[in-house]
Design a protein around this ligand. Structure first.
Ligand code: ATP
Ligand code: MG
Ligand code: MG
Ligand code: MG
Length: 573
């Protein structure tokens, strides 16, 4: 340690909220360079390398082959799949000196697809699984918690390429098993949850969440049935068009090809609803303006729907001036043709500063509102009172503990977790966009089907620290600890230094990594650092040496025991 490039800190960093951030900085594993951007010091590098080694081992075991892509990528492949635009402000975009567009890769589906396209031609070349461990770049809105959510971070991403759906299922299942082994070896307690596929597209998708109160993901679990899902996935609506068309009584409103507020207004005015609307007809939340049969006045309604789920009336009321609200809680929708079918008037919806003109309609028991913003169609499910974003995700806070499990198995409990891994079946989306086909055994070209699988490597280091730490410091699980044994020379007696060096040599000869604290520091400082740095076992060579014993401390349990000097190497190796 006298030569180790390390300086431990007594104080938590001012910007640190979670324990992993505090401890990894204080113990000298990482240092902040800019928001969400960190450097790794020697101790941190050792952990990172061990985590990577475990991941490589398990990826190789399922037949994955390692490749490496640049992080600096041209725009064109991402343009072809639409992600140059769709990825939004999280994409780091830049120009070269000639003005050509580049990006820093946030994830590499496009590049892997193109690589496989270049190197394969027929069914004989498949299936194939490729992976890389590489820096990713995402301009996260809220980089937080140190390396837990970085703007530059290391990810293991792998991709499977199959010719058949069954092949994809098998590749997916192999990754799922590999991930279970990886997280077990990393010492991470994880929960597998169903997940949304988000911006990647695709169908089957699961996340591995490390259980932690500091996690940003909320998941629900049904203890009785074993059902578990990220809250984003619990009430995922079907895509807008399907869900409306699925309802037998739905009146499907065809939006103009490129709807704008103005064209929607024109369209709705053409329906002859008895009033002319303007683009300025906006409301703050999901409300419906209508003239009830027989009524002389137009009325602003909060739509209440009889059924198994109550509209969150409080939220509706809070969002508009009370005087404007008339609640229609007990309307007999089935008996009222005006309400069960047909338009009940156009209204506007403003959310997060984006204004939508919405086309409300009511089908039996369910009210749907569809509209459009610059991303395309937008759906609001009035029965749940939830707003769905254009990619189909919902706001997490809307799913509550105590809700019935969607599988009917019982009641849900909620907890928080850190997304450590994400596996999903992409299907043929990327292969279609980039023209990845292979000649089948029948001589006909077939489009390849893909899976995509990610593990947060730097995030894993932080998540392990979240789960394995106490008020004194880090507590590394054996497989990822920078050193297996930390030897403290407690006093100034040269015999202690000599004995400690002998133990270190013996353990090293047995293949263990050893950290020897040979600094000229007080025993108190050395013990505090040993606890802060978190190696699994500490050997203290102190006064007991006069009686031929050293002290062995287990960092996790705190158990101490005296061991004869002559036995200690054999016992620990
Ligand atoms: P999150 O929901 O936390 O933003 P994500 O769903 O955007 O993550 P994926 O695109 O699924 O992430 O990437 C695969 C894995 O990469 C994640 O499961 C996570 O472990 C890791 N990861 C994603 N974003 C970050 C980040 N900003 N910093 C560190 N690791 C990350
Ligand atoms: Mg993300
Ligand atoms: Mg996620
Ligand atoms: Mg994810």
């Amino acid at each position: 340690m006298s030569g180790l490039f390390l300086r431990t800190l007594r104080e938590d960093p001012a910007d640190a909220e979670v324990i992993s951030h505090k401890l990894l900085v204080r113990a000298g594993y990482v240092r902040r360079v800019a928001p969400g951007i960190y450097s790794w010091l020697p101790l941190g590098m050792k952990v990172l390398e061990r985590v990577e080694a475990i991941i490589r081992d398990e990826m190789d075991r399922i037949g994955g082959q390692e490749v490496h892509f640049p992080a600096l990528l041209p725009r064109e492949p991402y343009e072809a799949t639409g992600r140059w635009t769709e990825y939004g402000p999280a994409l780091f975009r830049l120009k070269d000196r000639k003005g050509a567009d580049y990006l820093l890769g946030p994830t590499h589906e496009e590049l892997f697809t193109l690589m496989v396209k270049g190197e394969t031609s027929s069914y004989r070349d498949f299936p194939v699984t490729l992976y890389q461990i590489q820096n990713k770049y995402r301009d996260e809105e809220r980089p937080r918690a140190g390396i837990l959510r970085g703007r530059e971070f290391v990810m293991k991403d792998s991709y499977s390429f199959d010719l058949t759906d069954e092949g994809l299922d098998a590749s997916y299942a192999r990754h799922r098993e590999a991930y279970l082994r990886i997280f077990a070896r990393l010492g991470l307690e994880t929960q597998i949850v169903s997940a949304m596929s988000g911006a990647m597209g695709g169908s089957k998708s699961e996340e591995f969440l490390a259980t932690a109160d500091s996690g940003e993901d909320t998941y629900v679990r049904c203890p009785a049935s074993g059902y578990a899902a990220n809250v984003e996935a619990v009430t995922t609506p079907a895509p807008p068009d399907e869900s409306v068309a699925d309802k037998p009584e739905a009146v499907v409103y065809d939006t103009p090809d490129t709807p704008t507020i103005e064209t929607l207004v024109d369209h709705v005015n053409g329906l002859g609803l008895g009033r002319t609307f303007t683009a300025a007809d906006t409301l703050k939340n999901v409300m419906v303006k209508t003239r009830l049969p027989g009524a002389a006045e137009w009325t602003l309604l909060g739509v209440g729907v009889p059924g198994d789920r109550e509209v969150d009336m409080k939220r509706l009321e809070a969002s508009v001036a009370p005087a404007d609200v008339a609640l229609l809680e007990d309307a007999d929708f089935a008996a009222n043709p005006f309400l069960t079918k047909g338009y009940i008037g156009p209204v506007g919806l403003a959310k997060n500063g984006v204004r939508y003109l919405v086309d409300p309609r009511i089908v039996t028991g369910t009210a749907w509102v569809t509209g459009a913003d610059e991303h395309g169609r937008h759906v609001v499910d009035l029965v749940a009172g939830r707003d769905f974003t254009p990619d189909g995700t919902i706001e997490a806070a809307e799913v509550r503990e105590g809700d019935p499990s969607p599988d009917g198995g019982g009641t849900l409990v909620a907890a928080r977790g850190i997304e450590m891994g994400h596996i999903f079946q992409l299907g043929r989306k990327y292969a279609d966009a980039l023209g990845l086909t292979a000649l089948g055994a029948d001589g006909k070209p077939a489009t390849v089907t893909m899976g995509s699988y990610g593990v947060g490597v730097t995030r894993a280091v932080a998540a392990i620290s979240e789960q394995h730490a106490d008020e004194k410091g880090l507590v590394w699980p054996a497989e990822v600890a920078p050193y297996a044994v930390h030897i403290v020379i407690a006093g100034k007696d040269p015999a202690q230094a000599e004995a400690a060096t002998g133990i270190a040599d013996g353990l090293a000869a047995a293949g263990l990594d050893v950290l020897l604290d040979d600094r000229k520091a007080s025993p108190g400082v050395k013990f505090a650092d040993a606890e802060l740095l978190g190696m699994p076992t500490t050997v203290t060579v102190g006064r007991g040496l006069a009686n031929g014993v050293v002290e062995v401390t287990d960092r996790a349990s705190g158990d101490r025991r005296e061991v004869p000097l002559d036995d200690v190497v054999a016992e620990l190796s």
